[in-house]
Design a protein around this ligand. Structure first.
Ligand code: BG6
Length: 490
């Protein structure tokens, strides 16, 4: 992967929206952890920018407290001491150009010569264009002797048009090579392992196509409900919050062709091709639903029609995947927290064993468990010892916690922030990728936004696997949802 040559120029990591939840919960813990591991560049300074009336000391105190409370990390005193010497705070309003001038002046007085800058947009999405325009108009995006990068959190737009508009604002001041659109699912160790699994082993790739694969399922199930994020979630819903980004990203990793090299553009070119080949979504091939009680959440409209669960079927119209359905589902307030990809293989063309008449042949399947029990299972049939006609399904299993005992998996942000600092954009979403993903989901978003198309919203009981319609949807396809190499039962 293309990373920067080591240079000794200082780096300023500037966080807009530094008093928010994301900074305490994810960004500071990830940067701190990389500091402890000795992986942060020596000359990096982290500058928080927000409206709250903090000084540097108060900001440091707040970050430490947030990290302890939200990320449950209690830092060693020396480690924290070393880290917090790199932490600074500039108070300012995102609407105020003068505040950006003060930020500029603060950075300039800290260094003698050129310094690199990474701007992290951890603000509410409505401020993304505001911040970008201030940076652009004050020439803070210009690269001459040092680089300028911008990391943009999700959601990147609300639909295709707003994503295009946001890309236009970004590109008015930043070249695409400076832009890092973050999707934390790509930073998950197990998501990255999909490509290693597919392209560093010879045994799976030959069967990785319509010739042997019956269908693919991608499930991202959460037990939590929308918690305190009602106001945000009610405008987003599960399609915008999860499917457009995390699930479609997982789908591209499963379905993409091998890139010739492992560099950012080669990888992203292949992912875009998958998205471009997705057949326009058929609304009749989807189930949208809302968990009971959602409408009484603070910030949610009384008769909200926002779905908190979706199951959809997609086809990739290309040579490799023609005719293979990809079923995607995600929801809040479900029975288990799990993210999993199940690849189900076709039955053997001819069964030569003398099996009982009512014998139900279990297909082979491979399950890639992204979280929480990270690992890979392969299910296959075997003969029950001593029995002439009986067979049973068994698993070959790999669990990270067994094979890499004592090694905890790093949080996704640790990897992503370091990649952005080092200039490796492989795990970030390119502008064409994001726009194509929105385009695929347009019919569903229109239905979601227009109750007259969608009809009455189906509901489901919390702590179940979603509405019964989602099960019926699969049984009508002659298939069943699977979790961890098993069918799930409520
Ligand atoms: C975020 C969504 O992007 O991903 C949240 O906004 C969701 O609603 C979260 O809870 C899930 O992430 P993870 O890593 O816990 O699966």
């Amino acid at each position: 992967m293309a990373a920067d040559k080591v240079d000794s120029r200082p780096i300023f990591f500037i966080i807009f929206g530094a008093s928010g939840d994301l900074t305490r919960r994810k960004l500071i813990p990830a940067l701190f952890s990389q500091h402890v591991k000795g992986r942060l560049p020596e000359h990096i300074q982290i500058v928080g920018f927000a409206r709250r009336p903090y000084d540097h000391e108060e900001f440091r105190r707040q970050m430490r407290q947030g990290m302890e409370e939200l990320a449950e990390i209690v830092p060693d005193a020396d480690d924290w001491e070393g880290f917090c010497r790199r932490l600074w705070y500039v108070r300012g309003d995102l609407d105020d150009a003068g505040a950006f001038e003060r930020l500029q002046a603060f950075i300039d007085q800290k260094v003698d010569g050129p310094a690199h800058r990474l701007y992290y947009l951890a603000t509410a999405p409505s401020f993304f264009p505001v911040v970008i325009e201030h940076l652009g108009q004050l020439d803070m995006a210009q690269e001459s002797e040092s680089w300028r990068r911008i990391v943009i959190e999700k959601p990147f737009g609300q639909d295709l048009r707003s994503a295009q508009r946001l890309n236009q604002v970004v590109h008015a001041y930043f070249d695409e090579h400076q832009v890092y659109r973050i999707d934390h699912y790509l930073g998950k160790e197990t998501a990255q392992n999909i490509l290693v699994f597919r392209f560093l082993n010879t045994i799976y790739e030959p069967v990785w196509s319509r010739n042997y694969i019956d269908h693919v399922q991608i499930t991202v199930a959460e037990t939590v409900d929308v918690e305190h994020r009602g106001a945000y979630y009610d405008r987003a819903g599960v399609i915008r919050d999860m499917i457009q980004n995390h699930l479609l990203q997982l789908l591209t990793l499963v379905a993409m062709e091998p890139p010739a090299t492992f560099d950012a553009d080669a990888i992203r070119n292949e992912k875009v091709k998958v998205l471009q080949a997705l057949r326009p979504l058929d609304l009749h091939q989807s189930v949208l639903a809302q968990y009971e009680g959602y409408c009484s959440t603070q910030g949610v409209a009384d008769h909200s029609q926002t779905p908190t669960f979706a199951a959809i079927k997609l086809y990739i119209d290309n040579w490799r995947w023609q005719g293979v359905p990809f079923y995607l589902r995600s929801g809040k307030a479900l029975k288990e927290k799990t993210t999993e990809i199940v690849v189900e293989f076709k039955p053997p063309p001819h069964v030569l064993f003398d099996l009982p008449q009512d014998y139900h042949l279990t297909p082979n399947f491979l399950s890639l468990c992204i979280q929480p029990d990270e690992g890979i299972h392969l299910r296959f049939e075997t003969k029950v010892p001593g029995s002439p006609r009986e067979t049973r399904s068994v698993d070959m299993e790999f669990h990270y916690h067994e094979s890499f005992a004592g090694q905890s998996l790093p949080d996704a942000y640790e990897r992503l922030l370091l990649d952005a600092i080092q200039g490796d954009a492989s795990l970030f979403t390119r502008s064409d990728e994001i726009e194509t993903a929105w385009k695929v989901l347009e019919p569903l978003l229109r239905a979601e936004d227009d109750a007259s198309i969608a009809g009455e919203m189906t509901t489901y009981a919390p702590s179940t696997w979603g509405p019964p319609e989602a099960e019926t949807f699969m049984t009508q396809e002659g298939r069943i949802w699977r979790i961890g190499c098993r069918e799930h039962a409520d």
